[in-house]
Design a protein around this ligand. Structure first.
Ligand SMILES: *[C@@H]1O[C@H](CO)[C@@H](O)[C@H](O)[C@H]1NC(C)=O
Ligand SMILES: *[C@@H]1O[C@H](CO)[C@@H](O)[C@H](O)[C@H]1NC(C)=O
Ligand SMILES: *[C@@H]1O[C@H](CO)[C@@H](O)[C@H](O)[C@H]1NC(C)=O
Ligand SMILES: *[C@@H]1O[C@H](CO)[C@@H](O)[C@H](O)[C@H]1NC(C)=O
Ligand SMILES: *[C@@H]1O[C@H](CO)[C@@H](O)[C@H](O)[C@H]1NC(C)=O
Length: 411
């Protein structure tokens, strides 16, 4: 073979080698690009399972985290509750049916607070979860009262027995070490709800509930709290008893507590306006009046002396932050009422009528089914047990071993 022919053949051979390589490179690149596009598309779509504009109440917009590792989301802060149902709300019977024009929202985290009536609200939320087949994130084990949140995760009951576990919808348990960011990541779509009561009344209630009047030997006095607050003998204990509650309930760094809380919570209920708060909750979540029916276990308080202006002032000075937040969120509640989409007063009286009917109906057990009335009167511990059992048996298909769910620790 002559040199030039060899040269040509060799060149052709090399050329074909190169084109094979080129083809490989092109194919691999195409596959890579496709993969990336798929991933990107998945990241874009898999969060918004429900369209944002369908969502009732305060709008929530999801933000794509470019790293694709964590998903952040932002709230658009809105004072008023946007329209989310039609105008066919003019007849009574609609009150028990699903509001039109919106889809019931089934993700929520309720931050319980102490001595504020929050157990009543937690109980209604557990009932809602039970009736609507939602998955509660329960403490681990579920008989424990507190759901423990660490700085990175939520120590909840897991259902590893099931490979198709759909994820959690809500939290209504007491939360130990509340951490907003961890909880937000845990149920990214959750609406955050809490309840505040007048800090002065909350303090009084806690003072007696934790038996401070007995602890300080004041039980035979006419007004134990007044003596505790003003007698110099007790001054050294005041700071251990009279402490801010909001800073322990919520994960707030000093300086911007009000702003932080405003950003974190979709609804701050006010105990003094429980019914009004629940009408707003119903509206925000696109639920029915039946969903927010509650049963309050009347707490039999000891007959107490009324608080004097001086007592209120003394407590108020120490709990200035609590009072500031309380007053702020009371005014927020009322501005939400003012901007209510619909006839608030009529909805409120409808709700109260329903409340009355349900207690009345259950007292006689005439109109209502036994199961409905039983669930309505169960306390929050028993409702947690009922949900724990239902969830365990649903996911693990095994009998739930009944354990003692009684409140182990009061606080
Ligand atoms: C996005 O994810 C990264 C990595 O985990 C994290 O550092 C960052 O804070 C996240 N950003 C948002 C907006 O969530
Ligand atoms: C969580 O707390 C532990 C110590 O309790 C600390 O070492 C760790 O860095 C913290 N993690 C985060 C994400 O803050
Ligand atoms: C709450 O706000 C309303 C409206 O501003 C006011 O009338 C009411 O007195 C407040 N309630 C309490 C307990 O502060
Ligand atoms: C997993 O849970 C579903 C309900 O979400 C249930 O239908 C299914 O039987 C469970 N699977 C197993 C293996 O228990
Ligand atoms: C459950 O525990 C409570 C308090 O710890 C106790 O009073 C009650 O008798 C227990 N119930 C059962 C069925 O063991």
């Amino acid at each position: 073979m002559s040199d030039w022919r060899y040269f040509i053949i060799r060149n052709m051979y090399l050329h074909s080698q190169v084109s094979v390589m080129m083809k490989k490179v092109v194919i691999i690149s195409l596959v890579l690009v496709c993969c990336l596009m798929c991933l990107y598309y998945y990241e874009l779509t898999h969060v918004d399972m429900e369209p944002v504009n369908k969502e009732p109440g305060r709008l929530m917009t999801y933000k794509q985290n470019r790293s694709g590792v964590e998903l952040g989301f932002t709230y658009t802060v809105e004072e008023s509750i946007p329209t989310h149902r039609g105008s066919d709300y003019n007849s009574l019977h609609v009150s028990s049916t699903k509001p039109e024009g919106c889809t019931p929202y089934n993700y929520f985290i309720f931050r319980k607070t102490a001595k504020t009536g929050s157990s009543t609200v937690a109980a209604l939320l557990y009932r809602y979860g039970f009736y609507h087949d939602l998955v509660a994130a329960l403490p681990d084990p579920p008989s424990k009262m507190m759901l423990h949140v660490t700085n990175v995760t939520v120590l909840t009951t897991k259902y590893d027995c099931n490979h198709t576990f759909p994820g959690y919808n809500y939290i209504a348990s007491h939360i130990l070490d509340y951490n907003y960011n961890v909880l937000k990541d845990f149920i990214p779509k959750a609406k955050f709800i809490t309840i505040l009561r007048s800090p002065i009344d909350t303090f009084e209630s806690k003072f007696y509930f934790t038996n401070n009047h007995i602890k300080y030997g004041l039980q035979n006095q006419i007004n134990p709290l007044e003596i505790f607050l003003f007698n110099s003998a007790y001054q050294k204990y005041i700071n251990t008893v009279l402490v801010s509650r909001v800073s322990t309930w919520f994960d707030l760094t000093s300086g911007h507590e009000l702003l932080e809380m405003e950003k974190q919570f979709d609804l701050v209920m006010i105990t003094e306006y429980m019914d009004e708060s629940l009408v707003l909750l119903k509206k925000m979540m696109c639920w029915t009046f039946d969903d927010v029916i509650y049963h309050s276990n009347k707490v039999s308080d000891i007959q107490r002396q009324p608080m004097t202006a001086e007592m209120k002032q003394k407590i108020g000075t120490t709990l200035a932050l609590d009072i500031e937040l309380y007053e702020y969120f009371n005014s927020t509640l009322w501005s939400k009422i003012q901007n209510y989409d619909g006839d608030f007063d009529r909805d409120l009286s409808l709700f109260r009528q329903k409340l009355y009917e349900s207690t009345d109906g259950c007292r006689g057990k005439l109109k209502y089914e036994e199961e409905y009335c039983d669930l309505l009167t169960l306390d929050v511990c028993d409702l947690r047990r009922v949900n724990a059992k239902k969830q365990y048996e649903k996911f693990c298909r095994k009998k739930f071993k009944s354990v003692n769910f009684s409140q182990q620790k009061k606080y």
